[in-house]
Design a binder for this molecule. Structure first.
Ligand code: FE
Ligand code: FE
Ligand code: ZN
Length: 281
């Protein structure tokens, strides 16, 4: 992706279809966006409307929108202790990947899950097993492991745990990482005052080549809180200056940035405009 423009957008509602999301992105000043593949509770996904997808693809090309960073339902638990819950996560993700073949070349990020007392090592093993079950050589979507805050028994709470999942995946060309600024801050990485160190550590442990997207969120809590409560940009403990610095970092500035802040339309438009203005300086 070119780095003479900031790629930024937010989560949109998929209920009106793909073209409507593209148009909403443009109305917000966004050139990338995210959406949940289905109700976060993991219900049935809307059937794909091929005409709508075709209209969106033409619109996206014309308006230089992309890549999409599509979010798996956050209620899925790839490393649940119960086999039926793991199967549900596996079948949902496999179905999402099949649907995403209609919009090839994008990202699909997911939460690695909670080990619910089985231990992080077991969680990592189960999560990687799920990835190996759903990934296929001929897919055109890259799965992104999201860095987590370490709330409860979440795995993916350190760069080492993310790396451990990645290491166990067979089709490595189909897997990358999505870094969430609120989550890693809550997990103890100081993106506010030591961004260079955090980027360096990520590179040493996971590899910057594997970093494909950033969820740009402020946090309602101080560092190491392990809470995962997103705040509007500039209204939390990380702050606007630090989050703008993330978008401008020479090793990150080309990535797609997705806002998952507690906003409505106007709030997102304002955050996007502010971050664009600071980026261009
Ligand atoms: Fe997420
Ligand atoms: Fe996130
Ligand atoms: Zn979160």
């Amino acid at each position: 992706m070119s780095d003479n423009v900031l790629h930024i957008g937010n989560h949109l509602s998929a209920s009106k279809g793909y073209l409507a999301m593209g148009e909403e992105a443009v109305s917000l000043g966004a050139n990338v966006f995210a959406f949940f593949t289905r109700n976060p509770r993991g219900g049935k996904a809307k059937p794909i409307d091929e005409k709508d997808v075709a209209a969106f693809l033409a619109y996206a090309k014309e308006h230089e929108i992309g890549p999409l960073v599509v979010h798996a339902p956050y209620t899925l638990n790839p490393c649940a202790a119960k086999e039926d819950l793991r199967r549900f996560a596996r079948e949902t993700m496999a179905d999402d990947l099949a649907r995403l073949e209609y919009t090839p070349g994008n990202y699909y990020n997911f939460h690695p899950g909670s080990h619910v007392g089985q231990g992080a090592d077991k969680g990592i093993e189960l999560c990687a097993a799920l990835l190996n079950a759903v990934l296929r050589e001929d897919q055109h979507t890259m799965l992104l492991i999201e860095t987590m805050s370490g709330k409860g028994t979440e795995i993916g709470r350190t760069f080492e745990e993310v790396r451990a999942i990645y290491d166990r995946v067979e089709l490595k060309s189909h897997v990358g990482v999505c870094l969430d600024t609120c989550h890693i801050w809550d997990g103890g990485y100081d993106v506010k005052d030591h961004l260079d160190d955090v980027v360096e550590e990520f590179d040493a442990v996971v590899g910057l080549d594997n970093l494909k997207a950033i969820h740009l969120n402020d946090s309602k809590n101080p560092m190491v809180a392990h809470k995962d409560r997103h705040e509007k940009i500039g209204e939390g403990f990380i702050g606007l200056e630090a989050l703008s610095r993330v978008t401008r970092h020479p090793k990150l500035r080309h990535l797609p940035f997705i806002l998952e802040t507690p906003n409505e339309h106007d709030g997102y438009a304002k955050e996007i405009a502010t971050l664009r203005e600071m980026w261009a300086k």
